[in-house]
Structures are given as structure tokens and as C-alpha cells.
Design a protein around this ligand. Structure first.
Ligand code: GLY
Length: 463
């Protein structure tokens, strides 16, 4: 499989450049209380970025990651995921921009033999050093070096103005150009355009500042490198596919879902892709000991599974199916995670329980609607109805469309504004829970030792 080949090639390449190959951290970060799930390769190295000596100054990983910020985009775009693997090479006060850029270029153009004509780069608008390296040392024509601002070419994005505090720095991204036939067709289209012609494949972060409380950027004594390249996205480029979901990694899962579809809809592909993504996310969360629940990480897993079940229902699949697809995930991920096969039955059982519960909830939604909304037939209160509709959506995963059908039928007034406001409040709450916040690299948090989590989920539903 292309992803297996690419993962190995990447790690071997950086091993040849004297990097220590480090195992992926769990999706539940071991030493980082600032994030709910591991969102990037660098998270397991925060100590090293702050100067802690672990006995190595260079590392490379293929990190399993989970990001929930773009959950609603998954399936609709060609490259958003919840679960994905991030290839990364890291320097802790060792090499800096020159080597990071030269090796990234060497890997893409020499090892993977991607034509240099297809590659464009971006640099932070004030980063003359990176600009000069791309132009003079690598020989990229100036028209293919785009200067972008804080949102695109600083990491964490907009950290300068909005925080978080801690090490941060300008970044330089490498883009693959799918060609003029893709996207907007404008003559001045560039990586700054979001039409789909250019896809970012690699982000090189030059971690050289420490952001302080008052927003000042102090130069770090050690200059660090943190890079991140989405493995699935790289595979789509290498396989000549326009969507990550068309790569061989997803093919057997997508095929199996498609076989069961009984209701044809225009957005079938989007739904199938989202289910395939969410299935992998659920499997790996459970693999890492996160069980579906109503709180924190468990809530994310529950939400991901329920979202998939609603998509399956829309496609006319009303029987539990996700659990049956777990062995396919174990199969496509067998090279990096050979032990997944031994756990597949237990993971499938957890998913089956969740599927059965939610399918029951959906089956009893009529009763639920009656109990929650009957009172408002006589006594209209559209705002409360909007809030309750949100609660049904949030707690039981009942889609708004289903609720609205019932409300329409029974002539119950509903405030969409109240629903959306409740949704926004929840979004802000969950964002602050799942995104990096506070001092991303907060040294205070690094010493925190949580008790080891004992995973009992194979035998118990709750504990
Ligand atoms: N840490 C770099 C990235 O996530 O792109």
C-alpha cells in the first residue's frame, strides 16, 4: 500500500539524517494536559522544545492524530479528516531552517521523485531567511514563493496576536499543484487561493520564539524545527487522486459501505467518506482506551459514531454496520498497528453497543419528541423549543431536520436563532476543551503525572 511505503520511506530517510525514530504517542497525550487529543506530531516533544535533554536532538515520527475542529467538513472536502497520520521531523536546538528546507526538498523531489515543477512554497511575510533559502539555495523561481501572513504562515496560527503563549514561530509550507485544469482557473491562482488547485503537503515550522503574556516574542535560546506532513494527503498526491478518500487506504472500507446503500442521494460520496473517516477515528480512540461516553474525550467518540450512524440512516442502512467494518480498518492499518488485529473483536463490541443504543434512540424519537415538546403545542415558547431541540441534538444526537419535521407537523413554534446560539455556545466550549489553549508549551504542565489509566473497556461498559 502506498501509505505503508511512504511512511517507511519517510522514517528511513530521516533515520539516514541521524534522527531517532520515535513511536507514535497515544491519541490521549501522555504528558500534555493542554489538549484533549493529540493534534500534531510535536505534542509529545514539548519538553524537548523547552530545552529538556532526552538524549537525542533529532527525531522523526509517524504520529496518529485526531482533530475535531473541522468535523463538519469531513467528507465534503478532499482532505479534511478527524483521524490521520502525521509524518514529522524534529530538531531540538540542533539543525534549523537551512537543513529542514533542504531535506524536505530532497525527500519530495529525490526520494519520491515528485516533479519540482509541481511544487510551490509559501513563507511568512517577514521571514527573509526562509525566502532566501528557497530562492537561492533550492532555486525556486520567485513567482512560486508566496508570502503569507499570521493566519497561514505562523504556527500556532495567529499565535502572535491571539496566543497561546510559549514557543512558536514562522512556518513555510510546501504545496502540490494539481494543475490549471483544477480549481478556479484564474491566471493569478496561487497557494493563497483555496480553490483546490494547490494542496498543502508539508508544513515546516521554525520554532524560534517564545510568546510572553504581553504578546512580545522573545527569541528562544534554542532554535527548533517541527514539521508536519499529512500521510493520507501525501498518498493522494502520489497516487494521483484528487481526494484523500480515493487512496487505497480507504478503498476497501468505502467499497463495503457502498455495497449496502439502499437509498440513493446526491451527496452519497460525502456521506460515505465521512463514515469511513469516522470509523477509523472511533477505532483508534477505542484502541487508545477512550470509550464512548457523555463527557470529554468519550463524548467526542460518541459524537463521531452517532454522526456516522445518521449518515448511514440517510443512505438507507439502518442496521449496525460500523462494528462489522472494524476488521477492515485493522487490515489496512496492519503495518503500523499489527496489534490492532488482536483487539479488533473487542473494539467492534464497543462500537456495536454504541450502535445499538443510538439506533434505539432514533427508533424512540417519536416518544422523545412528544415528551419534550407536547407542552408547547398549547403554550408556544419558540426560544425554549430551540434550546430543547439543541439539547436533543447534542445529548441524543437527534438531527435537527428530524426534530423540525415533528415540530412542523404539530405546529410547534421553533426559534432557529435560539438553536444556533446554543450550538455556538457549545462549539466554543468544546473548542476550548479540544484545541490547544493557555500556554501550549506550559512548563508547569509538563511535570504533571497523571495516574496510569487502566483500560477496562473490553470487559465493562462503564467503570
Ligand atoms: N506542528 C505543525 C503542524 O501541525 O502543522
Amino acid at each position: 500500500m502506498q501509505v505503508d511505503f511512504l511512511r517507511e520511506k519517510f522514517l528511513k530517510f530521516f533515520q539516514s539524517k541521524k534522527h531517532k525514530i520515535v513511536e507514535s504517542d497515544s491519541l490521549v497525550p501522555k504528558d500534555d494536559p493542554t489538549v484533549l487529543f493529540t493534534p500534531a506530531g510535536m505534542n509529545q516533544f514539548k519538553k524537548e522544545f523547552l530545552g529538556f535533554d532526552s538524549g537525542f536532538k533529532r527525531a522523526a515520527t509517524s504520529q496518529r492524530c485526531l482533530r475535531t475542529d473541522d468535523l463538519d467538513k469531513v467528507g465534503k472536502t478532499s482532505s479534511h479528516h478527524t483521524f490521520f497520520e502525521m509524518l514529522g521531523n524534529f530538531s531540538f536546538g540542533d539543525y534549523f531552517k537551512e537543513e529542514a528546507i533542504a531535506w524536505a526538498w530532497e525527500f519530495l523531489t529525490k526520494e519520491l521523485k515528485i516533479s519540482r515543477d509541481r511544487l510551490w512554497v509559501s513563507v511568512y511575510k517577514d521571514d527573509f531567511e526562509a525566502y532566501g533559502i528557497w530562492k537561492d539555495k533550492i532555486g525556486i523561481p520567485v513567482k512560486k514563493i508566496v508570502k503569507l501572513g499570521d493566519k497561514d504562515n505562523f504556527w500556532p496560527a495567529e499565535a502572535k496576536t491571539k496566543g497561546p503563549n510559549g514557543p512558536c514561530g514562522p512556518c513555510s509550507e510546501i504545496f502540490y499543484d494539481f494543475g490549471v485544469d483544477i480549481g478556479c482557473g484564474k491566471p493569478d491562482c496561487s497557494p493563497a487561493c483555496s480553490c483546490g488547485r494547490f494542496v498543502e503537503i508539508w508544513n515546516l515550522v521554525f520554532t524560534q520564539f517564545n510568546r510572553k503574556d504581553d504578546g512580545t516574542l522573545e527569541s528562544l535560546p534554542n532554535k527548533n524545527i517541527d514539521t508536519g506532513m499529512g500521510l493520507e494527503r501525501l498518498a493522494s498526491v502520489m497516487e494521483g487522486k484528487q481526494s484523500n478518500f480515493e487512496i487505497d487506504l480507504f478503498a476497501p472500507i468505502v467499497k463495503e459501505i457502498k455495497k449496502r446503500i439502499t437509498v440513493k442521494i446526491a451527496s452519497e460520496k460525502e456521506f460515505v467518506y465521512a463514515i469511513a473517516d469516522h470509523l477509523r477515528a472511533a477505532v483508534f480512540c477505542i484502541y487508545d482506551g477512550v470509550l464512548p461516553s457523555n463527557e470529554g474525550r468519550g463524548y467526542v467518540v460518541r459524537k463521531i459514531i452517532r454522526k456516522s450512524l445518521l449518515h448511514l440512516k440517510t443512505l438507507g442502512i439502518n442496521e449496525p454496520l460500523m462494528n462489522k467494518l472494524v476488521p477492515l480498518v485493522a487490515q489496512v492499518m496492519r503495518v503500523p498497528y499489527p496489534d490492532l488485529k488482536d483487539k479488533q473483536e473487542d473494539i467492534a463490541l464497543v462500537i456495536l453497543n454504541e450502535e445499538k443504543n443510538f439506533i434505539n434512540v432514533l427508533g424512540s424519537s417519536e416518544e422523545l419528541f412528544k415528551s419534550k415538546f407536547d407542552a408547547f403545542i398549547e403554550k408556544p415558547d419558540s426560544e425554549t423549543v430551540g434550546n430543547v431541540a439543541f439539547m436533543l441534538h447534542d445529548t441524543y444526537g437527534i438531527p435537527l431536520e428530524l426534530t423540525c419535521q415533528w415540530l412542523d407537523k404539530h405546529k410547534v413554534c421553533f426559534s432557529r436563532k435560539a438553536f444556533e446560539q446554543a450550538m455556538e455556545e457549545q462549539r466554543l466550549r468544546s473548542k476550548s476543551g479540544s484545541a490547544m489553549k493557555g500556554d501550549v508549551f506550559d512548563a508547569k504542565g509538563l511535570g504533571l503525572k497523571l495516574d496510569a489509566t487502566k483500560f477496562t473497556g473490553y470487559k465493562e461498559n462503564s467503570t
